[in-house]
Design a binder for this molecule. Sequence first.
Ligand SMILES: O=C(O)[C@H](O)[C@@H](O)[C@H](O)[C@H](O)COP(=O)(O)O
Length: 241
Amino acid sequence: MIRVYLDREALSMAAAELFATAAHSAMRDTGRFAVALAGGDTPRRTYEILAHEPFRKRVPWEKTHVFWGDERCVPAADPRNNARMASRALLDHVLVPDGQVHPMVCGRAPQDAAKEYEALLRSWFPGELPRFDLILLGLGENGHTASLFPETPVLDERRRWVADVSPANDGMHRLTLTVPVINQASRVVFLVSGANKAPILREVLEGSPDPHRIPACLIRPAGQLVWLVDRDAARLLRNAT
Ligand SMILES: O=C(O)[C@H](O)[C@@H](O)[C@H](O)[C@H](O)COP(=O)(O)O
């Protein structure tokens, strides 16, 4: 499903609405809401909207469990840190119990950190694969999503739930959920905004690219896949609704 919005503000409002809807569905079905947040810049406005009325009251924050789809291996106070961005925009303003916020902490060797985060996930999601109620994702201009970068070994990872990524093109070590975990989610939502994303968005949605060249094409969840895009990002699409 592809939904096109006038601009980033409208996209962000729609994403907040979808977040609240997913939370209520999860509460009805399981009594808790497990979400993996996206990093980067696009989701920031969605998080800010969720931190204010009406969403501040509408989302069952006390039953929400917050994870991340990926993290850059930089100090927690570094402006590039995904958990820092989400905390400043959202988590510092809503009442998610501390024990239910699970940032990816690279700290030591990324490989060990990946194992530790996977152990954490296994403690919250007993069973074969973790099924998040919602995973938010962004789309890089090179077709990466989370920290699944083009032509990297992690794209073929089918056993591990969390992988460490050697310096990506931005020179940062990263941690990322792997493709099988993302595709296990009940609902995956991409947030894509800006004219600079138009070429890659057309390739992903209307081309037939090699998924190793454009990793976002590997995201084919058993659950719902939703693309929330703004008009600038959608300007090259032939058949955007
Ligand atoms: O940690 C990250 O870098 C993100 O997880 C990454 O996958 C991001 O979603 C895309 O790069 C889009 O980033 P923007 O939203 O800033 O364009």
